[in-house]
Write a protein of this length. Structure first.
Length: 254
């Protein structure tokens, strides 16, 4: 009897996982469980064999479940935040870094550096030899309700892993909603370098309620600079776009 209870418990667990990831038919699974219960007077060896056969059949029939069962979700960077969504895991948190806005080289990407770096080499860089990373300042001012403006403060970041089974992620610009079937991780505003700066930076989606690095705020000038992005009318139609209005964004997983 104990083995039958364990069998049914495992069957329910696998059924829930598979139905969530691939739309499996729970009615079919319950019928299989009922048939197994009717044969509960069989030997332990027979029951073990039936259990393994049913689980293997289940995973074969629900291939999406087979691909995702026991695996982690997609990773993404939550720019302008030190946390992740409620059902995501923080892998590390730290500082948003990039190229100084006056550079002509180095990197075009914003990078999420950890709070505590680890160095493979003790060799220090020499002037003109390496590309350099600088902390990133918010250079635009905006407010959402009573949330303070982040302007001239430094930007934090967090690297996140979505809930198990959500293996894809995307950032959608100029919208506040994820497509049907996708889960919202966070909403924000598009940010990048100023159009007149020498160092172009790839656009990122920064949380609409931005956090700042504690005790930052003094505009040192030696920083990567992040500005709100807006659409310009012309080839882009106005309407529906509004000339110069800050573009929203949303990060989604599935």
């Amino acid at each position: 009897m104990t083995k039958l209870v364990l069998f049914l418990a495992l069957l329910i667990c696998v059924a829930v996982v598979c139905s969530a990831s691939s739309g499996g038919d729970l009615k079919q699974l319950l019928m299989a469980a009922e048939a197994q219960a009717d044969s509960s007077d069989e030997s332990s060896e027979s029951l073990d064999g039936r259990l393994l056969t049913l689980v293997e059949y289940l995973l074969e029939e629900h291939k999406d479940c087979k691909r995702t069962y026991g695996r982690g979700g997609a990773t993404y960077v939550h720019w302008g935040s030190t946390s992740c969504s409620s059902d995501s895991i923080v892998i590390h948190r730290g500082y948003t870094a990039g190229s100084y806005y006056g550079y002509k080289g180095s990197t075009v990407d914003f990078i999420c550096l950890p709070e505590k770096p680890q160095y493979e080499s003790s060799t220090n860089s020499q002037s003109g030899v390496y590309g350099y990373l600088h902390g990133t300042e918010y250079e635009s001012a905006w407010r959402v309700g009573s949330h303070p403006s982040p302007q001239n403060h430094d930007m934090p970041c967090a690297v996140c892993q979505a809930k198990r089974g959500r293996l894809s992620h995307l950032m959608l610009p100029a919208t506040t909603q994820c497509p049907s079937g996708w889960t919202e991780e966070y909403q924000g505003y598009m940010m990048s370098a100023h159009y007149s700066h020498d160092s172009p930076m790839r656009a990122i989606c920064v949380d609409r309620l931005p956090e700042t690095i504690p005790n930052s705020g003094a505009n040192t000038g030696s920083a990567a600079a992040a500005y709100l992005m807006g659409a310009m009318c012309g080839i882009l139609p106005c309407t529906p776009y509004v000339n110069g209005r800050a573009l929203s964004c949303v990060v989604c997983t599935q």
